[in-house]
Design a protein around this ligand. Structure first.
Ligand code: GLN
Length: 194
């Protein structure tokens, strides 16, 4: 679905976390109108949505309190592309091994929160992800989750030390790491092709 000016309206859920960083990246891509989406009416107008990293428990609570959860579920019913980075991945997961709170529960993945330890265990690495880029991609992990297992229909895009750190299911994309904190736009381009 495109708006009148022909631009794709790509939203960043503007609740908490690395919202500005994602917005700055989107503004570098031609043919995109970057929208900070903070309310349900705005969410419902989007052609694609990014759920940024931050704190999944805080974002998850706000989603419910402000009626944003239903709007995101509607987007998903319409098969609008949704990409969760880090906390965003946790919010999309149907199963979380070390937390009983399930938030959106839309993607058939089982995640482990804070799987790499605490804030000081954050790190950077380079990953080869053939579906996304022919070059290595820099990946920044900040108190990141990984995916322990995936359901049928989920495509594993990347692993790091044997653990799944990027996956896709139809219109849904999830990454453990933060492409908004690097100079590489290839994950954005991959997402916008979904
Ligand atoms: N540890 C956070 C959580 O569990 C996610 C961290 C991040 O998004 N950088 O929600």
């Amino acid at each position: 679905m495109q708006q009148g000016d022909g631009n794709l309206r790509v939203g960043v859920l503007g609740v908490q976390g690395s919202v500005k960083e994602h917005m700055d990246k989107l503004k570098l891509i031609k043919g995109i109108e970057a929208v900070e989406a903070k309310d349900r009416d705005t969410i419902l107008t989007l052609d694609a949505l990014i759920i940024p990293g931050g704190e999944s428990t805080a974002i998850g609570k706000i989603l419910v309190d402000f009626g944003l959860k239903d709007a995101i579920l509607k987007l998903n019913e319409r098969k609008v592309p949704i990409w969760g980075t880090c906390a965003g991945m946790i919010l999309m997961a149907k199963h979380i091994v070390n937390d009983e709170r399930i938030h959106l529960g839309i993607m058939d993945i089982t995640v482990r929160r804070n799987a790499y330890g605490s804030q000081i265990d954050s790190f950077k690495t380079r990953l080869m992800i053939p579906a996304v880029s022919e070059n290595e991609i820099e990946a920044v992990f900040i108190r990141a989750p990984y995916i322990e297992s995936v359901g049928d229909g989920v495509r594993i895009l990347a692993k790091y030390e044997g653990k799944i750190v990027a996956a896709q299911q139809d219109n849904l994309l999830a990454t453990s790491f933060h492409p908004e904190l690097t100079d590489d736009l290839s994950f954005y381009r991959y997402f916008l092709r979904l």
